[in-house]
Design a protein around this ligand. Structure first.
Ligand SMILES: [Zn+2]
Length: 85
């Protein structure tokens, strides 16, 4: 604790650009979500869906990156124009 004192300004800026994304899951309703938080932020404990304090942080081996890819899929928005794949 208190080790953050040694961080330089440059290090801080780099940290600003790459905000770590944490993965959470609600034990109550099973709601699965990610949240961008800095290291200083307190972990989320309350589920945004059912509002129960049952949220646990999920540690995934691979860091999640949102680089503007077509990550989000809107199922149902496109009525199967292509039946392949
Ligand atoms: Zn929940």
């Amino acid at each position: 604790m208190g080790v953050d004192q040694t961080r330089t300004e440059n290090d801080y800026q780099r940290r600003e650009r790459t905000v770590p994304t944490y993965h959470y899951r609600c034990k109550n309703c099973g709601y699965d979500f990610t949240e961008e938080q800095s290291f200083d932020d307190a972990p989320i404990t309350i589920c945004p869906k059912c509002e129960q304090e049952q949220v646990r942080k999920v540690f995934s081996a691979v860091p999640i990156e949102f680089k503007g890819h077509g990550f989000y899929r809107t199922d149902g928005a496109s009525s199967s124009s292509k039946s392949g794949k």
